[in-house]
Design a protein around this ligand. Structure first.
Ligand SMILES: Cc1ncc(COP(=O)(O)O)c(C=O)c1O
Length: 408
């Protein structure tokens, strides 16, 4: 099929729920992807943060091939070595008090499980979440997600969810009642605009949860697995959650969701009270084991910290030059650039010059490059962004009011 045919078929037959980029990707390697005509792009989107080790990492490819030839289906009701290998590796890297995991296939599913664990283990119903928080779009996860545009068409949602301002532990404290089971929080808000909370925020939430005897659920679907410069973003503040939600990058690009939690919290779920047919399938587990080996063996979280600092400095140079940029923020290789206007033209302009980046709302550029990206590639992206932002800046005050480009 040529590019046009590919686009036409997808547009005709797929649910029309994604704002698509005008791009057909044929193959990828490392931080690069190529379209059908052979044009190269530096990928700072990483399939929404999934391809944290880049594309077609040889160790992930090898693990998938090896496992595919042995066994690629095995339900959780039967034991298999690929799964137990992965669980051992997972438990060695996740915070120490988290002892047991539920395996599923996506971020939203990992949040669904967390909500059920919270309700079942505390025998309470209510969850406190945060303004601008994003936890997925299935009905339970959506109830924790804040954005009214995602929620309103599907109401009534699951009852008992309340949203309070992010970064303010006192707002969460004021909302706790005797029905509150848990607080769910992203250590850095991703979809909501790469929002980094004050440094004491998570610690204060932890203290609050301990005092009130409620659970702290950390949604690290986007921040987790090296992205922010530590294996898990909660490590920056030394806070251990009671429940940790992982997905996106944890299997190096394959679909895996994980809810890992305190023993008593997971064990409150009894036989049959939760399950997933595909969860923990051996192919995905083999990829995830290889991903952990690469992430830890090559110390990629530290690489994210170093490269992220450099990239943010480059973006800050653009900030100083171009009035259109309001703020550069983030941690590690999870970086946002808030602009004063809609960024649609910037996204398109950057793509036309050979880099793919994301948005996080109408006016925030989002960068989630693979952690294996070369410094020179990041510099090229910084140059491209500087040029395109400069061009947009020159158009001030007559700027685009096009719709924002994506919804995850
Ligand atoms: C923090 C967070 N939680 C949950 C999700 C939902 O993940 P998924 O799209 O895999 O269901 C996302 C997706 O962007 C996310 O960023």
């Amino acid at each position: 099929m040529n590019e046009n045919e590919v686009m036409t078929v997808e547009q005709q037959f797929m649910a029309n729920i994604y704002a698509r980029k005008n791009l057909v990707i044929e193959k990828g390697s490392g931080a690069l992807v190529w379209d059908k005509s052979g044009r190269e792009y530096i990928d700072c989107m990483s399939a929404y943060g999934v391809a944290i080790l880049g594309h077609c990492h040889p160790k992930i490819v090898e693990a998938i091939k090896r496992q595919a030839e042995r066994l690629y289906s095995c339900h959780n009701s039967i034991y298999t070595e690929a799964r137990s290998d992965f669980l051992k590796k997972l438990m060695a890297i996740t915070p120490q008090g988290l002892k047991r995991a539920f395996l599923c296939n996506s971020g939203a599913e990992s949040v669904e499980a967390a909500i059920k664990m919270a309700r079942k283990s505390t025998r309470k119903t209510d969850i406190i979440a945060f303004v601008e928080g994003f936890h997925g779009k299935t009905m339970g996860a959506l109830s924790a997600t804040w954005n009214p545009r995602y929620r309103a068409p599907f109401e009534p949602l699951v009852p008992g969810f309340k949203h309070v301002p992010y970064g303010k532990a006192e707002a969460a404290a004021a909302s706790i009642t005797d029905k509150t089971a848990a607080i769910i929080v992203e250590p850095i808000q991703g979809e909501g605009g790469i929002r980094v909370p004050p440094p004491t925020f998570l610690k204060e939430l932890r203290e609050l949860c301990d005092k009130k005897n409620i659970l702290l659920i950390m949604d690290e679907v986007q921040t987790g697995f090296g992205r922010t410069g530590r294996l898990f973003a909660c490590e920056h503040s030394g806070v251990m959650p009671d429940v940790l939600c992982l997905a996106k990058s944890i299997a190096g690009g394959l679909p895996l969701g994980v809810t890992v939690a305190r023993e008593d919290v997971v064990s409150s779920l009894k036989l049959g009270e939760h399950s997933s047919t595909f969860g923990g399938n051996p192919l995905v587990c083999a990829a995830a084991s290889a991903a952990i080996d690469v992430m830890v063996g090559e110390n990629l979280s530290e690489r994210a910290a170093t490269l992220g600092k450099h990239f943010m400095e480059r973006l800050e140079e653009s900030h100083e030059k171009h009035k259109i940029i309001r703020e550069v923020r983030g941690k590690g290789l999870m970086i946002g650039v808030e602009c004063r206007f809609d960024i649609y033209n910037i996204l398109v302009g950057v793509q036309s010059r050979g880099a793919i980046i994301l948005d996080a709302g109408r006016n925030i550029l989002r960068f989630l490059p693979p952690l294996i990206i070369a410094k020179e590639q990041l510099d090229r992206v910084a140059n491209i962004v500087d040029t395109v932002v400069g061009e947009e800046n020159a158009k001030l005050p007559r700027l685009s009011s096009q719709p924002s480009a994506q919804d995850s």
